[in-house]
Design a protein. Structure first.
Length: 103
């Protein structure tokens, strides 16, 4: 995979994975505990888990190809564990690699 394609995929996955964590914590958890809908956590949690695994696998691919420094890779991984930090990862990847996403 080309550098720009790999970084674009990682950037988009980081953004979507971050949004899924926000959906899990901000929407599904309140629905479970205040709305009596435990299936919300089951569904959103599974989607978030798959996105997390995809982000991690893509990050490992990008790091193994040398498209990203180990320090930035560690930052992207750490950001995948913190709500809102996926937005930072996305922005950092776009800025550092000068990749452009279609509007």
């Amino acid at each position: 995979m080309k550098t720009s394609t790999s970084l674009r995929a990682l950037s988009l996955l980081a953004l979507v994975e971050g949004a899924s964590l926000l959906a899990l914590v901000g929407i599904a958890m309140p629905l479970k505990y205040f709305g009596g809908m435990p299936e919300a956590v089951r569904l959103v949690g599974m989607a978030h888990g798959l996105l997390f695994l995809g982000t991690t696998a893509t990050l490992l691919h990008v790091l193994s190809r040398g498209h990203l420094s180990a320090l930035k890779g560690a930052g992207v991984f750490a950001a995948s564990l913190i709500p809102f930090a996926g937005l930072w990862s996305h922005r950092m990847l776009v800025r550092s690699s000068r990749i452009r996403h279609p509007a």
